[in-house]
Design a protein around this ligand. Sequence first.
Ligand SMILES: CSCCC(=O)C(=O)COP(=O)(O)O
Ligand SMILES: [Mg+2]
Length: 226
Amino acid sequence: MTRAILTDIEGTTSSISFVKDVLFPYAREHLPAYVAAHRDDPEVRRWLDAAAGDAGIARDDEAAIVATLQRWIDEDRKATPLKALQGLIWADGYANGAYRAHVYPEVPARLAAWHARGLPLYVYSSGSVAAQKLFFGYSEAGDLTPLFRGYYDTEIGGKRDAASYARIAADIGIAPADILFLSDIVEELDAARAAGLATTWLCRPPLACPADARHPCVADFDAITP
Ligand SMILES: CSCCC(=O)C(=O)COP(=O)(O)O
Ligand SMILES: [Mg+2]
């Protein structure tokens, strides 16, 4: 029996295109000026140092760190320091109205219906928790954050690692089998299943569910019956 829902964002609640064609270019463009303006903020410094450590760059070589972060954006690297810095940069774009986060049309009503039924809803995304809260706080459908009980990012572990889902289930305090994980990425669903979670694969049009799909597969949230 489903007692909680854990959802991915990109490709699941929201289009891949919004993340890749709007959010990533915004972060890429504004990264140099943001780092220059905030290099001494403790949180920014922490993530710049972490990125430098991961990349084997001297922590005082700011130009190399910025260039590395921009390359990671181009490669869609799910590196925790990059994701944290992206979240900080995106805050300005949401606040000044440069964009609002895309959500598929049926998603807000379906989340609201599950929430009204008493099903606790959680997010697990490679985007930082701060970025997730901005995303749903400034969505095209308005502020959806009251619908969510909690948020998880890669600080709890990678999305293709079964141990991450075990940690999330333990943190939520619900048996893994009673948590339904929604994602568009089969490797994430495989990892969640390995930890004992129930899974549903979102294959958004123009993609279609393959006949031999190894997870329950749907085209949208209306087809999910938890
Ligand atoms: C929540 S902010 C935008 C999402 C993001 O940065 C990203 O890398 C998407 O990852 P997901 O795990 O939601 O597919
Ligand atoms: Mg996804």
